[in-house]
Design a protein around this ligand. Structure first.
Ligand SMILES: Nc1nc2c(c(=O)[nH]1)N[C@H]1C(S)=C(S)[C@@H](COP(=O)(O)OP(=O)(O)OC[C@H]3O[C@@H](n4cnc5c(N)ncnc54)[C@H](O)[C@@H]3O)O[C@H]1N2
Ligand code: MOO
Length: 394
């Protein structure tokens, strides 16, 4: 058994960033930017009014001054002339500030009568003008890699960049094994159960930015495993589920070895997830997850998602622990890092974590009511209520 940190380092060493492709902005949400984006124009392209009001000269910014309105500047339709002393141009938010004008006075702060305005007695400090290029200038770079969200899409659109270079979605193939398994919706036989892990892990992988493929369930025979594995030949990552332990029908390790998998490790000092294995088969990295539903999903968080993030070239791919206060004491931990199903709630503005009482790695109902994995390091001493501990949100 190797420690979790070492196992993760070895998993990350098995994967490499995927290639780069170009996508239109409309399809860029959730993708990972692969190359820096350069602004194709300056924003704002001209000095623009920040308010609805009147553009005037600085020398006219005097309480009670009467000015003549000589024209109008609207957003998308500027005023072609020049503002001289004694003059004002009616202006609206986003309109180019006309030549000669040095500030915009709010319409609330003037009285208008015909073509004249009279400045009030309350004069504002702010000039209400957005300088050209105050947001970004042509050629300014947005660095990669970064996950593209709505705010990046807004920025790239404003920069007039209609397409961006992103990492190809890593293809992750999920192979569930076991004679006891049927797909959801099928009628299980007397000794059978419904497969849950493949669909859950595929959902996790997709949410992280991968292209997930759920393969047919392999039977507990070498022939069935070989046949199904062949369907995953072109995957960047093959995730097998079940058959990883030491039972007579746990054939995944044997078949992968026979097919030539270079094994990176088998067995990790963690709970749940001990029989985890990893390696490389052809051009694919392989993660062999234990079959117990909670074990497979915990391993998905701790190993599969970081591997996907690494293939997307995201920095710091490992899951980032957060701190919370324990709600109740927890016992001393044993020789495996324990990822306890737990709930985190904010109490008086502070996150408080509560370890759930039943920790059997087959209990999907308990996983379903948890939103955190409380991390108990190897050999951690008993902890009291109120102590700070680390957890991973799930
Ligand atoms: N003698 C030992 N027995 C076991 C050990 C051990 O060290 N010595 N380790 C235990 C631990 S810990 C785990 S975890 C399991 C993992 O075993 P496998 O990876 O071989 O998983 P299976 O035996 O195939 O299945 C375990 C359990 O999970 C169910 N399962 C499997 N796949 C799915 C799926 N896709 N969806 C839902 N449920 C699934 C399966 O029916 C079994 O109930 O081994 C322990 N044994
Ligand atoms: O390591 Mo197993 O995953 O505890 O149930």
């Amino acid at each position: 058994m190797i420690p979790v940190e070492e196992a993760l380092a070895r998993v990350l060493a098995l994967v490499a960033p995927t290639g780069v492709e170009s996508v239109p902005l409309r399809q860029a949400a959730g993708r990972v930017l692969a190359e820096p984006v350069a602004a194709r124009l300056t924003q704002p392209p001209f000095a623009a009014s920040a308010m609805d009001g009147y553009a005037i000269r600085e020398a006219d910014h005097v309480a009670g001054r009467v000015l003549t309105v000589i024209g109008e500047a609207a957003a998308g339709r500027g005023f072609g002339g020049t503002v001289s002393e004694g003059q004002a141009v009616r202006i609206f938010t986003g309109a180019p500030v006309p030549a000669g004008a040095e500030r915009v006075i709010l319409q609330e702060d003037v009285t208008r009568a015909g073509e004249d305005i009279t400045l009030g007695t309350r004069l504002e400090e702010g000039r209400n003008i957005r300088a050209a290029g105050q947001d970004f200038a042509e050629g300014d770079l947005i660095s990669a890699p970064r996950r593209i969200g709505a705010k990046e899409i807004a920025l790239f659109a404003a920069m007039n960049v209609p397409e961006v270079s992103v990492r190809r979605r890593p293809v992750v193939a999920f192979l569930s094994t076991g004679d006891e398994l049927v797909m959801p919706g099928e009628a299980p036989g007397p000794d059978q159960i419904v497969a849950s892990n493949g669909l859950a892990l595929a959902a996790m992988a997709e949410a992280e930015g991968a292209e997930a493929r759920v393969l047919p369930i392999a039977r507990d025979t070498e022939a069935s495993l070989r046949f199904t594995l062949a369907l995953a030949e072109d995957a960047d990552l093959i995730v097998t589920i079940g058959g990883a332990s030491v039972g007579d029908h746990d054939l995944v390790g044997k078949v992968l070895a026979d097919l030539g998998m270079a094994q990176a490790f088998w067995k990790v000092a963690m709970r749940p997830g001990k029989p985890l294995m990893a390696g490389t088969l052809g051009r694919s990295a392989v993660l062999g997850l234990p079959g117990n539903p909670v074990s497979s999903i915990v391993c998905g968080h701790i190993f599969m998602l970081p591997a996907i993030r690494a293939m997307l070239d995201l920095p710091d791919p490992a899951a980032t622990p957060i701190q919370a206060t324990l709600s109740a004491p927890v016992e001393e931990n044993g020789p495996r890092a324990h990822y306890m199903r737990a709930t985190v709630k904010t109490q008086d503005g502070v996150p408080v974590i509560h370890a759930l009482p039943r920790q059997d790695s087959a209990l999907l109902s308990v996983l379903g009511m948890s939103n955190a994995l409380l991390i108990r390091p190897v050999g951690d001493k008993a902890r009291e209520a109120g102590e700070l501990v680390s957890y991973l949100p799930i």
